[in-house]
Design a protein around this ligand. Structure first.
Ligand code: SAM
Ligand code: DTB
Ligand code: SF4
Length: 334
């Protein structure tokens, strides 16, 4: 890790950042942001669920778990041509990165040929590729890298202590193992989590700490605000206690602390923007968020839509980030 990106943060350091007066925290976050990122530019990424629902995992927030009763219909893996059609639409709408998500515990070897064809096809359109397919073996990670996959999304979701309250079918350490396989294969890492699951401030500190002390910071850090879905464990729990919804300022603080502790990472304001006020989103951009998901759908949940985002960008004087030839993690390390 270089001098800019330290990974020796203590929990006390991170708790002290969360505790700063809000304007001091924002001032520091903006200083870090301006030192390393183009001001006023936001990266546009588009999501597609290439295999929806019926997932054997029991993530308490997720509409796609087979254990949740959400009415999400389970589908098979999409046809490669249909995926490439959606990628072309996203590119034509100005998106830079195409993120493909599958509701799997892990990909089966029989799925890999189609996955590889999707990566190669999307790359050949000049877009960055991202996949999120669950746990990977080292050899699967290497195959994805060989096809030119730019990013792999695999979230730690919350603090190590809280993890077992949210998901019981896999462990925090298994998450870290897949992240290591992705890194070793030379794929850029996209790793973040969800805020607003009824966690404590200490959990948010532990969550950011776990990310900021990884051997290398993730190149992308998605910060999702929980989208409470009826029929999921957390959606139902929080529906009964509306006050459990995270305070907007606390959400912005989390974004700011992520920006300060991981200066070079893209911090992505991810799920939850549909019900977030424009003012809160503006504060998130000021706090250093510089990436969003476009369109009116995430994987299964709604998203703000491009015209509402265009209006917001115009009000705030933000512009889409120019696409660059994606850098591979191995080149960044060199
Ligand atoms: N199955 C793969 C996995 O879990 O790694 C990939 C897909 S999963 C839907 C990707 C991420 O979306 C999760 O790790 C979680 O952080 C986020 N997510 C899922 N449901 C969400 C919700 N209701 N609200 C906010 N974020 C959510
Ligand atoms: C991430 O951290 N957020 C995205 C992406 N990675 C795959 C997914 C958000 C999903 C929101 C809930 C849904 O659409 O079902
Ligand atoms: Fe499955 Fe991913 Fe949803 Fe968990 S978050 S239930 S692993 S699709």
């Amino acid at each position: 890790m270089d001098a800019v990106s330290r990974n020796d943060w203590s929990r006390e350091d991170i708790a002290a950042l969360f505790d700063l007066p809000f304007d001091e925290l924002m001032w520091r976050a903006q200083g870090v942001h301006r030192a390393h990122h183009a001001v006023g530019e936001v990266q546009l990424c588009t999501l597609l669920s290439i295999k929806t629902g019926g997932c054997p995992e029991d993530c308490g927030y997720c509409s796609q778990s087979a254990r949740a009763e959400t009415g999400v219909k389970a589908t098979k893996l999409m046809d490669v041509r249909a995926v490439l059609q959606r990628a072309a639409e996203a590119r034509d709408a100005g998106s830079q990165r195409f993120c493909m998500g599958a509701a799997w515990r892990n990909p089966k070897d029989r799925d890999m040929d189609a996955i590889i064809a999707m990566i190669e096809g999307v790359r050949s359109m000049g877009m960055e590729t991202c996949m999120t397919l669950g746990m990977l073996t080292p050899s699967q990670a290497q195959r994805l890298a060989g096809a030119g996959l730019d990013y792999y999304n695999h979230n730690i979701d919350t603090s190590p202590e809280r993890y077992g309250d949210v998901i019981t079918t896999r462990s925090f350490d298994e998450r870290l193992e897949t992240l290591e396989h992705v890194r070793s294969a030379g794929i850029n890492v996209c790793c973040g989590g969800i805020v607003g699951m009824g966690e404590t401030r200490a959990d948010r500190v532990g969550f950011v700490h776990a990310l900021a002390t990884l051997p290398r910071h993730p190149e992308s850090v998605p910060v999702n605000a929980l989208v409470p879905v009826k029929g999921t464990v957390l959606g139902d729990m929080l529906a009964d206690t509306p006050l459990a919804k995270i305070d907007d300022i606390e959400f912005v603080r989390t974004v700011a602390v992520a920006r300060i502790t991981m200066p070079l990472s893209m911090v992505r304001l991810s799920a939850g923007r549909e019900s977030m006020s424009e003012a809160t989103q503006a504060l998130c951009f000021m706090a250093g968020a510089n990436s969003i998901f476009t369109g009116d759908k995430l994987l299964t949940a709604g998203n703000r839509g491009d015209s509402a985002d265009a209006t917001l960008f115009a009000k705030l004087g933000l512009k889409p980030m120019a696409a660059e030839e994606p850098m591979r993690a191995c080149e960044v390390a060199a």
